[in-house]
Ligand binder design. Structure first.
Ligand code: FES
Ligand code: FES
Length: 179
């Protein structure tokens, strides 16, 4: 349950506290996009099938279309806007997506990048087959899959398992695919 205040509920996103009115029926993806203006998180299927809405909750990847925003209260939400460093330097996964042309239209890309970052942190990026398996919840309608796998493999060689967006995942158990 979200923390409450006189004027709303607390939602912490990318290290910033927001006190906002939350419709108890609103999904996290809608609140991020429509109330907080964080439109980097995409809404594709809106029913848990495409992965476009992937964000982190306490360092674990979740589908923001399948989660009520109130359930994210008091937890650390990270979106694609929070992945790069404070000075704007791209995360290694973002850099490798660019360098490997791992997108065409780009609509799926934020979700792919978030999921790829988690996949690496979870230790599930040791081979192309493993990457395909653990990224299987992220659909790319432009079929940029070969380049996406290449980008994830190269990023994995740079950063390896254990951390995600500055959060230590070593104590987390059961981190899994978004599929
Ligand atoms: S928009 Fe959430 S899984 Fe497709
Ligand atoms: S780049 Fe177009 S849907 Fe993936």
């Amino acid at each position: 349950m979200a923390a409450e205040s006189q004027s709303g509920q607390l939602l912490r996103v990318n290290g910033v506290d927001h006190v906002i009115e939350l419709d108890p029926r609103a999904t996290l993806v809608d609140v991020l996009r429509e109330q907080l203006g964080l439109t980097g998180t995409k809404k594709g299927c809106d029913r848990g099938e495409c992965g476009a809405c992937t964000v982190f909750i306490d360092g674990r990847r979740v589908l923001a279309c399948m989660m009520l925003a109130v359930a994210a209260g008091g937890r650390e939400v990270t979106t694609i806007e929070g992945l790069s460093s404070k000075d704007g330097e791209l995360h290694p996964v973002q850099r490798e997506f660019l360098d490997n042309d791992a997108f065409q239209c780009g609509f799926c890309t934020p979700g792919q990048v978030m999921s790829a970052t988690a996949c690496i942190a979870e230790g599930h990026a040791g081979s192309d087959d493993e990457i395909r398996e653990w990224m299987s919840g992220n659909i790319c309608r432009c079929a940029a899959y070969p380049q996406i796998v290449a980008a994830v493999a190269k990023a994995n060689g740079q950063i390896g398992a254990g951390t995600i967006a500055g959060l230590d995942l070593s104590a987390a158990s059961g981190a899994g695919s978004t599929s």
